[in-house]
Design a protein around this ligand. Sequence first.
Ligand code: AMP
Length: 114
Amino acid sequence: MTDCIFCKIVKGEISGNIVHRDEQVTAFRDINPSAPTHILIVPNKHVDSVNMLIADDEPLIGHMFTTAKNIAAQEGIAESGYRLIMNTNADGGQTVFHIHLHLLGGAPMKYPMG
Ligand code: AMP
């Protein structure tokens, strides 16, 4: 996806505040944080939205969650807690169409959501 901003961050074509990178995912700080810790975990391959996931992507999605858990520990918020969110399409509030897992923490999250 040539116009995808997250593909460009993954490829290093534009800068991102990267906290983790491996062969499957890249994680970087959100440019407009909604919490003291706000990190996005994105797959290195382009997937528009959760609606486009296929069965072969299941290990990748699992890896996104274990990466989020590891980063939460690295950021010192594992014990205090955190929220993981993946928005889908307009009603879900998705604005960047390259799937990403939001890791939010460092303060109590508001509830109820929605
Ligand atoms: P969503 O609304 O779920 O699609 O989330 C997209 C997120 O990407 C928002 O929280 C934005 O602040 C964040 N974002 C957009 N552009 C960048 C960027 N260049 N670097 C880091 N975060 C970004």
